[in-house]
Design a protein around this ligand. Structure first.
Ligand code: KG4
Ligand code: ZN
Length: 344
């Protein structure tokens, strides 16, 4: 079964064709990053209008690249939440029109669940099969610009939220930290580049919230801001230039503090719930430092999305939809967006 997946929940317009939930036939992402970079963050109104311009060409390009034409599309899936309402509406409307005109089923997909299914997609012969009952339960870390959730996966479609951020999402914290350090948007990759080879400086504080599986990043963000002010990095102090080394050391300290907590708490939650593996999804899953730190701290199998499928894309939507359709899920033509949709 070939599914066309459409993703417009935030600032990437994504479309992809995936066969049987695993084989990537095409994947096209039109990023709005350069447009939002001017404002230092995502402007919702600008995002929806950009999706409106991009969704048609992006979907057409994905179907063309899959090489089998429109008639080979067996179902259309779309992220209907969580995300920005105006952005989600663009994708949902496009998906409805396409599914109706092709005469194929329509399926609304949870964007957070889809981030996890990105882990099993691959090119060529396809990704690996998702876990069977013997490999469950899994501890799933969904770590993106909007979410930092720890979700216990007990089966396909069977999730329980065990921990979440109490304030900023991890990706959001990276984006804000990068703005303070003048490193641009999106912040995660910018901080990762700046931190590479940086001198190690005094550490920044960690919020452990030890009695829970919850996270908090606002204290770390405030501590970074204070340190950046003290060192003349923010706002830039011409009389006391910090120099690129000062910025790099702060980027490194921030990345280390954020990743230390995420990795340690994920591994602890996996152990506490007797999990047989850890699954990581969402934009921050692209962080090499996070991958290394998780690998160092756990002996259970770790699964990450393949390169390019950590951040938002249509392939993860199509992959997730395959398992939902197989389980008998369906969506009516009255499908609506759910900006606050949760997982578990
Ligand atoms: O999943 P995603 O594309 O969009 C949302 O659903 O939010 O995640 C985007 C987030 C951004 O906040 C970005 O800074 C972060 O993922 N990110 C990273 C890295 N690459 C992207 N954070 C840390 N390290 C990275 N290498
Ligand atoms: Zn996302």
């Amino acid at each position: 079964m070939r599914i066309l997946g459409i993703e417009t929940s935030c600032d990437e317009t994504g479309a992809a064709v995936v066969e049987d939930g695993a084989r990537l036939l095409s994947n096209v992402v039109a990023s709005q990053t350069a447009i939002h970079a001017r404002y230092g963050g995502i402007v919702p109104e600008v995002a929806s209008r950009q999706h409106l311009r991009q969704v048609g060409p992006t979907v057409a390009a994905a179907v063309r690249a899959a090489g089998r034409g429109w008639r080979a599309v067996d179902a259309v899936a779309v992220a209907h939440g969580p995300g920005l309402a105006g952005s989600l509406i663009v994708g949902v409307n496009a998906a409805k029109g396409l599914a109706a005109s092709l005469g194929v089923p329509l399926l609304g997909v949870n964007h957070l669940e889809a981030h996890l299914y990105a882990c099993w997609v691959g090119e060529g012969e396809g990704g690996r099969p998702p876990p069977g009952d013997d490999d469950l339960p899994l501890m799933c870390l969904v770590v993106s610009g909007g979410h930092t959730d720890l979700v216990l996966m007990q089966g396909h479609g069977d999730y329980r939220l065990v921990g979440r951020t109490r304030d900023d999402a991890a990706g959001e914290a990276f984006d804000k930290a990068a703005r303070v350090l003048g490193l641009g948007f999106p912040g995660g990759p910018a901080i990762e580049r700046a931190a590479e080879g940086a001198p190690s400086g005094p550490p920044l504080p960690r919020a452990w919230l030890r009695d829970t599986d919850d996270f908090s990043f606002s204290g770390l963000k405030t501590a970074l801001l204070r340190r950046a002010r003290d060192e003349g990095v923010y706002p830039a102090d011409a009389s006391r230039p910090a120099g690129p080394e000062g910025v790099a050391a702060l980027a490194r300290a921030f990345q280390e503090a954020a990743v230390d907590v995420i990795a340690a708490k994920t591994v602890a939650a996996a152990e506490r719930h007797g999990c047989k593996g850890i699954l990581v999804g969402g934009g921050v899953a692209a962080s090499r430092h996070l991958r290394e730190q998780l690998q160092l701290r756990t002996s259970v199998p770790l699964t990450f999305p393949p390169p390019g499928l950590s951040t938002d894309n249509g392939a993860m939507i199509a992959a997730c939809a395959f398992y939902r359709l197989r389980a008998g899920d369906g969506t009516g033509w009255d499908l609506d967006v759910v900006p606050g949709l949760r997982l578990g």
